[in-house]
Design a protein around this ligand. Structure first.
Ligand code: COA
Length: 258
């Protein structure tokens, strides 16, 4: 169905594998087009409750934007390229269904930016993170300067952006960039277990958490106000009635997403 992505659905989780292993899964135009199609699928398919993004092969999650597409671009074309990347990654960040990065190797440049746009990250122990754009005379263009500061704080982010230094999975965990470090063999199972737990909760409440937490980083939005609105919205859902009733009846809730 896709040229550069593999997808498989199991237990309401869609696993999306970026599949250009000979180019270390670098993000080219086709990958972006297909990521946008898969985001439509995630949003529109009621059978999908959450998604995992990972990379094909043992070596790389994504080793960056496809550098071969940078050759000969003028300023306006480069800005359009950055805008396309940012828009796609905003869609991931604002997805109402959880999208988690399972980082199975190099997450460099656009790969680190892709992982950071996901709601959180799980990494295999050999994974490496970095923003090496300054090695190419560039800066990150897909939100990396912003999200790295949000996730790591300004000091460490500044150092990584300016030095192109790569950090390993354990350092990334210490810095709060990844939530868990696993063996390569258990990466996907571990990530799926976390999503199984999340998928057992009310989907509209999950969507509300995502919206309110994202509002912290949106200067145009008052996060506390978003929280009030999302809290109120929950009271109009069947799932909230089911959650309260199940608690009072001392049974497990059965959430339907309504
Ligand atoms: N864009 C396009 N192609 C890329 C790529 C990228 N970001 N990253 C890797 N590749 C390609 C290589 O050109 C090579 O292709 P080839 O076999 O046709 O020559 C293939 O993937 C394997 O990469 P290679 O460099 O041979 O592997 P390595 O193990 O020696 O090094 C890295 C791995 C990740 C350190 C190295 O590939 C690298 O530095 N990549 C670029 C990272 C980067 O700067 N990303 C930010 C881009 S803005």
């Amino acid at each position: 169905m896709y040229q550069t992505l593999l997808t498989s659905a199991e237990n309401h989780i869609l696993t999306v594998t970026i599949n250009r292993p000979d180019k270390l899964n670098a993000l080219n135009k086709t990958v972006f087009d297909e990521l946008n199609s898969v985001l439509d699928e995630i949003a529109g398919n009621t059978g999908i409750r959450s998604a995992i993004i990972t990379g094909a092969g043992a070596k790389a999650f994504v080793a960056g934007a496809d550098i071969s597409e940078f050759n000969g671009l003028d300023k306006a074309q480069a800005m359009a390229l950055a805008k396309r990347g940012q828009d796609t990654f905003f869609r991931i960040e604002n997805s109402t269904k959880p999208i988690v990065a399972a980082v199975n190797g190099f997450a460099l440049g656009g790969g680190c930016e892709l992982a950071m746009s996901c709601h959180f990250r799980v990494a295999a122990e050999h994974a490496k993170f970095g923003q090496p754009e300054v090695n190419l005379g560039l800066i990150p263009g897909y939100g990396g300067t912003q999200r790295l500061v949000h996730l790591l704080g300004k000091g460490k982010a500044m150092e990584l952006l300016m030095s192109a230094h790569m950090i390993d999975a354990n350092e990334a965990k210490l810095l709060g960039l990844v939530n868990y470090v696993t063996t390569p063999e258990t990466l996907l199972d571990h990530t799926r277990k976390i999503l199984d737990l999340i998928n057992s909760k009310a989907p509209s409440a999950i969507a509300g958490c995502i919206k309110a937490a994202n509002a912290v980083f949106d200067e145009k939005t008052d996060g506390y106000d978003t929280e009030i609105k999302e809290f109120g919205k929950a009271f109009g859902t069947e799932d909230m009635k089911e959650g309260i009733t199940a608690f009072l009846e001392k049974r497990k809730p059965n959430f339907t997403g309504k």
